[in-house]
Design a protein around this ligand. Structure first.
Ligand SMILES: [Fe+2]
Length: 140
């Protein structure tokens, strides 16, 4: 506060005026959910969440982003006519598989019920819905 008063409140007000209006508009739009901020992965007030929970939330966001990237490459490859370009996209998509897998494993190591359910669903054959229902019973 000393710094502000020595600078002069009037000149500071003038210097910040436009920025303050901009900040208030952004804040208002954010509250009305008209824009998204980089911390949208939090569904609860971040300051009330533990560090572990914030990491969990960030990893969930990463998992979503990796899944989206896999889907985007899949779409691009389905349309791409140039074989060399398509091969590069396929190579890039493999990276996203790895990223998705690492993110998922991280999350499963921190949520026992999720891990238990997926152990009965993933890498199996047969009726997926039946296995999903059986998996759910394991954690009930
Ligand atoms: Fe990735």
């Amino acid at each position: 506060m000393d710094r502000i008063t020595s600078f002069g409140a009037d000149s500071l007000e003038s210097a910040l005026g436009d920025n303050r209006v901009f900040t208030e508009n952004i804040s208002s739009l954010y509250q009305k959910k008209e824009i998204k901020m980089g911390f949208d992965q939090y569904h609860e007030p971040p300051e009330e969440l533990s560090q572990e929970m914030r990491t969990f939330a960030r990893m969930i966001t990463s998992l979503i982003e990796e899944a989206e990237a896999i889907g985007w490459y899949e779409q691009r490859m389905s349309l791409e006519k140039d074989k060399e370009a398509k091969a590069i996209m396929a190579n890039a998509q493999k990276e996203e598989f790895k990223h998705f897998g690492m993110n998922l494993e991280f999350l499963l190591r921190r949520n026992k019920n999720w891990r238990t359910e997926l152990q009965s669903i993933l890498f199996t054959t047969g009726d997926i819905v039946k296995q999903g229902e059986a998996a759910e019973k394991k954690v009930d």
